[in-house]
Every structure is written in C-alpha cells, then in structure tokens.
Design a protein around this ligand. Structure first.
Ligand code: COA
Length: 172
C-alpha cells in the first residue's frame, strides 16, 4: 500500500502524525487478514509498535503486511513501513508493528481461519516467532496462565543460560 504525506497529515513538527500512520497500518494489515481468510476481520490487539524515524511532508509511505501465523480464529499480521524520497526513490525503514486480527462471522462472532503454511526460511522464522509473541501478548492481556506459556519460558531459559556462559574474553 502506498500513501503520500500531505499537510493535513502532519504534527506540530511538520512530520507525519503517529496516529495517521497507525491508521494506514491497520488498513494495510486488515487487507492481508481479509484476503487470507475471505472473512471480515477485526483488530483485537496491536503491539510492539516502533517509530524509528520521522516521516516528512511529501515523502511516499510504503506499507507492506503479511499474515505470519494463524492460531485458531486469530492471526498475527506483521506490518513494515518505509519512507521513500520521491526525488531519489531511496527508502528507509521507519516503522514495524504486529497486529492481531480475528476472523468473524456476520454477527461478529469469532470463526476459525485457514492456517498459514510457511514455505521459505524467512516465513518459517516469522511463523515460529509469532507463537512466542502470542504467548507474551496473551500473558500481558491477562488471557494466559503464566504456567502455560511454554514457548516463552523456554526462550527465557535459553536467554538465561546464555547469560550464565563464561565470557570468551580472558583477562591476562
Ligand atoms: C476481537 C473479539 C472478536 C474477540 O472476542 P472474544 O469474545 O474475546 O473471543 P475469544 O475469547 O473467543 O477470542 C477469539 C480470539 O481472539 C484472541 N484474542 C482476544 N483478545 C486478544 C488480545 N487482547 N490479544 C491477542 N489475541 C486476543 C483470542 O486469543 C482468540 O484467538 P484464537 O481463537 O486464535 O485462540 C472481540 O473482543 C471484539 O469484537 N473486539 C472489538 C474489535 C474491534 O472493534 N476492533 C476495532 C478496533 S475499535
């Protein structure tokens, strides 16, 4: 999806408003979710939003989204954003976020969505990481018993064991 930043999109510093960008990201992610499921999908959560670099008036905003993983009725959609200089067509990565969408029926009730089948190594990595992020977001939302966050616990244990390893730098 592409947009161009016009004066009505700016904050007091002359940069793109964060809220406007989040709106575009939500639309972009919704298109991926709905194309994947052939259903209406609603936003259930947004997390890990990073604003790395301001986007200026006149720049072209390029948004790209993909469904990383479907759980049952919900799915994680990753959105990446680049700002493109219209004179040089060079791009810089500005933003990333993870949206959770839920496929719903005509009455707004969650319905099962078809799975994602990762093919490339990059898709496989995104697929695996999506499961860990899901545990974290459900934990923080009070929707998951910490005892049941097995993937997260394994990741934390792995990190802790790395920190326990002796440093490779030796003092002489
Ligand atoms: C999203 C919504 C349909 C979920 O309804 P619910 O009654 O909580 O349904 P469930 O408990 O069965 O959850 C459905 C799925 O959503 C997921 N979910 C619900 N809240 C979540 C949250 N905060 N973070 C991540 N996932 C969440 C559940 O884990 C479940 O996923 P799964 O089926 O893949 O296991 C409902 O909360 C809703 O309609 N929210 C408003 C959506 C909306 O209007 N969005 C626009 C922004 S204003």
């Amino acid at each position: 999806m592409t947009e161009i930043v016009i004066p009505n999109d700016l904050n007091g510093l002359g940069n793109l408003l964060g809220g406007r960008l989040l709106h575009w990201m939500d639309l972009c992610a919704a298109i991926s979710a709905q194309r994947h499921t052939n259903r209406v999908c609603v936003t259930a959560a947004v997390d890990f939003v990073e604003f790395r670099s301001p986007i200026r008036q006149g720049e072209i905003v390029v948004l790209e989204s993909q469904v990383n993983r479907v759980f049952r009725t919900s799915m994680e959609v990753e959105v990446n954003v680049w700002a493109e200089d219209p004179r040089t067509q060079t791009r810089r990565h500005c933003n990333r976020a993870f949206y959770t969408f839920v496929a719903v029926d005509e009455t707004g009730q969650p319905v099962e969505a078809p799975p994602v089948l990762p093919e490339t190594p990059e898709e496989q990595t995104r697929y695996e990481q999506a499961a860990r992020r899901r545990e974290l977001r459900l934990l923080l939302a009070g929707r998951l018993d910490p005892e049941k966050a097995a993937r997260l616990q394994a990741s934390l244990a792995e990190l802790a064991s790395r920190n326990d390893e002796p440093s490779s730098v030796t003092n002489s």
